[in-house]
Structures are given as C-alpha cells and as structure tokens.
Write a protein that binds this ligand. Structure first.
Ligand code: NAD
Ligand code: MN
Length: 348
C-alpha cells in the first residue's frame, strides 16, 4: 500500500470527541505506516434526526469501495423503538461481514515489562444471537407478550470459534474459555458450544490447535470468576450478547470503559471501535477519555499488519496511564480529552 484510506464515523455523543484523538494518533506515526488518508462519513442517531436515515448509502459505498479500514465512535440508540431507526453499528457489522468483535482488556502494570494483573481478550460473535433483532409483540391472555428470536448458526459459531482458537494460539497461555449457558439453553448455546469445541478436530493442518487448552464456563459464573479472579481467563469466546456484557463488566476491572478498545473484523475488513457508548451524561464537556478510541486505532493497525505503528501507540498510552498525571475524570484525574490526547501524541 502506498496510502491507507481510513473511513471515520464518529457518529454520536462523545464519538465526536474521541475519534479525532484516534485520527491524530495515527497521523503522529508519520512514515511508520503508509500515508493515512481520512474520509469523514455520516452515521448515527443525530444524523437520523436531521436526515431520516441512520446509515446513508453513501457511507456504505465509500466504506466498501474506497476504504482500507475504518474507525467508528459510538451511537446513541434510543431504548424506545423509534420508527425508521435502527442502529448503524449493528447494520455495519452485518453489511461488511465483520463477524468478530475482539476486545482486549489489559491492565497497565506499575512498571514496564511487569505482568499485568488483568490480561484477557473477549472474542464476541458479532452478527447473530439476539442481535438479529426479530422481535414481536402480540396481545395475550396475560397482557401483551413480547418475543425475540435468538439465532445461533453453525457457520457463525465455527468462524468465530476458529478466530478465537487462532488468537489463543498466539498468546503465551493459549487458554480458550467457551462462554455459554447451555444448561438452560441447551439447543442454541448447545450448538455454539459444540461447534466451537469441534474446531480443532476440523483444523487444517491437523493438530494446528493442539497447544490450546479448552475450558468452558457458564456465563453467570464467568462474571463471578471474572471479578474474583480475572487471571483465570486468557481468551473468552462468546455469543453476541454474553460477549457484549462480559466485556463491559471486564472494563470495570481495569478502571473505566474509557480504556477498552475493540475491532470489528471479518475476512476482509477491519473497523476499530471503542467499547463504550456515546456517553450522553458527559458528551459535549470535553472530558471523555480518548484512550479507548486511540487504542482502537492501534488494534486496527495491528490487524492490518502494521504492528510497529500499533506498538508505538500502545506504548505511549501505557506511559500516560502509568504516570497518572494527565488523566480524564473517569480515571480520577481532572484533565480534558485534548490534554490527554496531547500527552499521548507527544510520546508517539
Ligand atoms: P456508555 O458506554 O455510553 O456509558 C456508560 C458510562 O461510562 C457513563 O457513565 C459514561 O459517562 C461512561 N463512559 C463511557 N465512555 C467513556 C469515556 N470514553 N470516557 C469517560 N467516561 C465514559 O453506555 P450507556 O450510558 O449505557 O449508553 C449511552 C448510549 O450509548 C445509549 O444510547 C446506548 O445505546 C449507546 N451505546 C452504544 C454503543 C456502541 O456504539 N457500540 C455501545 C454501548 C452503548
Ligand atoms: Mn456494550
């Protein structure tokens, strides 16, 4: 590549405050990576309220046809149904077939080189489960009855399982924990569990995953263990909803949602996205933590093969956290988004 075309979709709320920080971190890398070109794209609930569409065709076209990768901020999804609106991030994951959401949760050790006390990755299936959003409500003898379809397919479970095994294989502990609730949902979660477990038997070359230790955990006790003893986990693979909840919970272990990055990825595209939402309670105040967004840029670059660039960004972020002098209020500091960003940029 002679240049790197990056779609920017800040979307809603603090997305507008943290995505520019990620962009600036990429720019600060200079010639470490191919020359970045940024393309700003519309999406989100704010855009929907102005234009009547949450994800314009143009944004989809540009992402599909022009961009090498993208960064997404966050969307505000109303908790009541709004006619004509559906979440653009959920749609994009499907349209671009970004079937995996990879969420590393890593604490920063007090001294460089020391082992972090929390170091795990949540690998979340990104296209199905309850997020197929087939809900209906009908009148019934006990008042209205609401139902939702929870879809688990073998194909989606196999490919997320394969990705999780690959991630586990490349980590020192090589431990993969399958998260499910098949004691209750024996058919849906049963299929997920069974399909992920079958990945090594069908691997090519045979024996590829022999070094990976497979464990499993019911989702409720997984949350319990996560808080009691996070070191029990290395890579966790989960259906969509459990993965969403687990990674927000795991964020509490390292201090703030404002620190946790993710990528949405498939076989051909990668989109960085901080795990947090649009944070309406702090939006517009200039105090959102930009580090999750900046780390998402690093994850995206690493996935594209630019690990030198990714490492420089991660190292700069770790230093800022370790020093603890310039931090946003969610981490007990009193600095602004821009001040924290500047500290990171200086170190890159
Ligand atoms: P949230 O993640 O937006 O916020 C939860 C809490 O964490 C809030 O107190 C917020 O101030 C804080 N927080 C989050 N990110 C932060 C940051 N970078 N710096 C400092 N503090 C931060 O979750 P919510 O409040 O439940 O949801 C708000 C909106 O975001 C909702 O409309 C929801 O649908 C949406 N949401 C979107 C996504 C996404 O785009 N992928 C994910 C989660 C929630
Ligand atoms: Mn979430």
């Amino acid at each position: 590549r002679s240049s790197l075309k990056i779609g920017l979709l800040p979307a809603d709320g603090i997305g507008h405050e943290v995505i520019p920080a990620a962009r600036d971190a990429i720019l600060a890398l200079g010639s470490t990576i191919p020359k970045p070109e940024f393309i700003s794209l519309n999406a989100g609930f704010e855009y929907f309220t102005k234009k009547g569409v949450a994800l314009p065709e143009e944004s989809i076209d540009v992402l599909k046809n022009e961009c090498d990768c993208a960064l997404f901020g966050a969307v505000s999804s109303p908790s009541k149904k709004v006619v004509g609106y559906s979440s653009p991030i959920v749609a994009l994951r499907k349209i671009l077939d970004l079937y995996a959401n990879i969420r590393p949760v890593v604490s920063v050790a007090p001294t460089p080189g020391e082992k972090p006390s929390v170091d795990l990755v949540v690998v979340r299936e990104n296209t199905e489960c309850l997020y197929v959003k087939q809900e209906e409500i009908t009148p019934g003898p006990n008042g209205r009855e609401a139902r939702a379809t929870r879809l688990i397919t073998e194909r989606a479970s196999r490919r997320i399982g394969t990705m999780a095994f690959d991630i586990a294989l490349n980590r020192p502990r090589k431990l993969l924990t399958i998260i499910h609730k098949s004691n209750v949902l024996s058919i849906t979660d049963g299929l997920f569990r069974e399909t992920v477990r079958a990945v090594p038997a069908n691997a090519e070359p045979a024996g590829k995953y022999d070094e990976v230790t497979i464990a499993e955990q019911l989702v409720d006790s997984a949350v319990y263990k996560l808080f009691r003893d996070p070191q029990e986990f290395d890579v966790m693979v989960a259906p969509n909803l459990y993965g969403d909840i687990l990674s927000d919970a795991a964020a509490a272990l390292v201090g703030s949602l404002g620190l946790i990055p993710s990528i949405n990825t498939g076989d051909s595209f990668v989109m960085g996205e901080p795990v947090h939402g649009s944070a309406p309670d702090i939006a517009g105040k200039g105090i959102a933590n930009p580090l999750a967004s900046i780390r998402s840029a690093a994850l995206m670059l690493r996935q594209l093969g630019y690990s030198d660039g990714a490492n420089r960004i991660d190292k700069a972020v770790d230093e800022v956290i370790r020093e603890g002098r310039v931090l946003t209020p969610d981490l007990g500091g009193s600095s602004k988004t821009q001040e924290v960003t500047d500290e990171v940029l200086k170190r890159i």
